[in-house]
Design a protein around this ligand. Structure first.
Ligand code: 6YU
Length: 501
């Protein structure tokens, strides 16, 4: 019967777990997850800095409200604090940019006052909002968000800031800081790589972004506990998916797909759901499937964006920020030419590290900052020793705080670009790409119209979700989507459960 179909899911991140959960609910019982590493969760990864719980990967539930399936699960499992679950929090809609209380420091060791930075942030936010409005309307004036924001900032700044030269220079430098932070949000090297026409395709949900007091991985643990024991095969990196292929099974059954692992083991399958990150697919696309992917799918994989965003956690004896501060910005006063990349990555990678979130509540964390750094500067940072990173960060902090003795007590950074099964952080829609490329990524094989057994290889994962790419809820929904695709394939319109094969 159809329920006996052999289904393998590749990757035990939230999309893979979500797909397994839904398939089991639909009555499929031969479901397995093959995972390259020794753990589940993928880019959801909770770690420790001393006694503190910290998130190495995903940080927030973006838009925690009823419509968000991650929020619903987290509530069901009772993983959130009361405030995050309150109706008030769910109703707050900030359009994806929470208004954190900021402190600004400059490269000459000055702390900037509210009157300077408030209007600049507002100005920048307006430009970002305008960048989102080209979606569906067509006719975007420039190919990328970065080019648009910079051109508009230059055009409107003289009118906006009718002041002396000196002040304008600092304000332009502040725009650079905001652009560099935006690179972290989008997970890109530069905003010049992010498609202007597709920027509005990403949808935000209402709700004030919240965190998991006990760690994001608690969500994964609860989901895994609900699956049958031994459903996940750990430490088995998949080398190649052979599809459109017939191998006779023990009782004369035949399977169109064979999964070949790096260790030589093979698994015969009716269906495979691939959930490996887009970064991994980019790197291995010519060998990961045999026969290889159709050309249009390959092109979309190549053209879509998958960048690096890393975190650098820092613990301090004493805070150098205000008590109510939630976000710290550093402004390089000499950077008055609009740009969000550094001219020499090796020499000045540290200039890309300009924003830090304060871990709250202080009673739980003490004085811990999470620094954000994206792009090639971030990838270079990964190649340095922890000691070298600590040295550069300490120099940076001393300069911007004007305190020559300040020394972080502990440091821990993520290295997502060099994680062999992630190859970066998350997806963005690159210049020249659109929703069609995401649809291409999500399209199952073989393509419609082929005579072969259908739905041999399906694709889930954050990169395959049109409006929630780059998020945990997008990943989860994509896993559910592919499970539903298989279930409806076996369920004729009448609703009874029988094989269409
Ligand atoms: C979110 C957040 N967050 C910060 C950082 C990162 C990410 N995200 P997985 O990779 O989890 O699973 C695949 C598995 O496959 C994995 O276990 C592999 O080991 C395995 N695998 C690979 N190759 C294999 C092989 N060959 N064989 C077998 N197995 C193999 N999301 O909601 N909130 O705060 C953040 C953040 C540093 C790295 C994030 C966040 C992204 C999520 O972590 C990510 O999408 C999901 O976990 C992916 O799950 P998955 O199952 O698809 O893959 C306007 C505007 C526009 C633009 N966007 C802005 C949105 C903001 C995005 N923000 C994110 C920010 C942070 C801070």
């Amino acid at each position: 019967s159809a329920r006996d179909s052999q289904i393998f899911i590749i990757g035990c991140g939230i999309s893979g777990i979500g797909a397994a959960q839904k398939l089991l609910k639909h009555g499929f019982h031969n479901v397995h997850i093959i995972e390259a590493t020794a753990r589940s969760g993928g880019r959801i990864r909770t770690g420790r800095l001393g006694d503190n719980i910290i998130e190495i990967g995903a940080n927030w539930i973006h838009g925690p409200s009823k419509e968000n399936p991650v929020f619903r699960l987290a509530c069901d499992y009772q993983l959130l604090d009361k405030e995050s679950m309150s109706e008030e929090n769910q109703a707050i809609d900030v359009g994806g940019h929470p208004l954190f209380v900021p402190n600004w420091f400059t490269s000459s060791g000055r702390k900037l006052g509210l009157e300077t930075m408030g209007p600049v942030v507002e100005f920048f936010m307006k430009l970002l909002e305008r960048s989102q409005q080209f979606h569906d309307s067509g006719g975007e004036p420039l190919p990328s968000v970065g080019e648009f924001v910079k051109a508009e900032a230059e055009r409107l700044a003289p009118e906006e800031w009718k002041e002396g030269q000196a002040n304008t220079a600092v304000k332009l430098a502040m725009i650079n800081t905001l652009l560099k932070l935006e690179c972290c949000v989008s997970g890109t090297h530069t905003m010049d790589d992010v498609a202007l026409g597709a920027f509005g395709m990403y949808k935000t949900l209402p709700g004030l972004d919240c965190t998991f007091p006990g760690g994001y991985e608690g969500l994964i643990d609860h989901m895994i506990k609900e699956l049958p024991k031994d459903i996940v095969l750990y430490n088995k990196p998949v080398k190649c998916i052979h599809w459109n292929y017939t191998k006779s099974g023990p009782s004369g059954t035949s399977f169109p797909v064979t999964i070949e692992c790096v260790n030589g083991e093979t698994f015969a399958a009716d269906h495979v759901i691939v959930t490996v990150p887009l970064g991994y697919l980019k790197k291995h696309q010519s060998t990961f499937l045999s026969p290889p992917l159709p050309l249009h799918k390959m092109h979309s994989i190549q053209r879509m964006g998958f960048g690096t965003n890393n975190k650098i956690f820092l613990e301090f004896e004493q805070p150098f920020w205000d008590e109510d501060c939630e976000l710290i910005y550093f402004v390089w006063e000499d950077e008055t030419h609009l740009a969000d990349v550094v001219p020499d990555v090796k020499m000045s990678w540290i200039r890309k590290l300009v924003s830090f979130t304060v871990l709250k509540p202080t009673e739980r964390y003490g004085h811990v900052l999470c620094g954000w750094i994206a792009g090639r500067e971030s990838e270079y940072m990964e190649t340095l020793s922890e000691h070298e990173v600590l040295h550069s960060v300490t120099q940076l902090l001393r300069r911007f705080t004007g305190n020559p003795t300040i020394t972080p007590r502990k440091l821990l950074r993520s290295q997502w670009f060099h994680e062999p099964y992630s190859c970066g952080s998350y997806t963005y829609v690159a210049k020249g790409c659109s929703g069609y490329d995401i649809d291409n990524l999500a399209e199952p094989l073989p393509l419609k119209g082929s005579n072969s057994k259908s739905l041999q290889v399906l694709f889930a994962g954050e990169a395959t979700h049109r409006s929630f790419f780059s998020t945990v809820h997008g990943a989860l929904l994509s896993g559910w989507r592919e499970a539903e695709r298989l279930a409806s394939h076996y369920t004729p319109a009448s609703g009874s459960f029988s094989s269409k094969l």
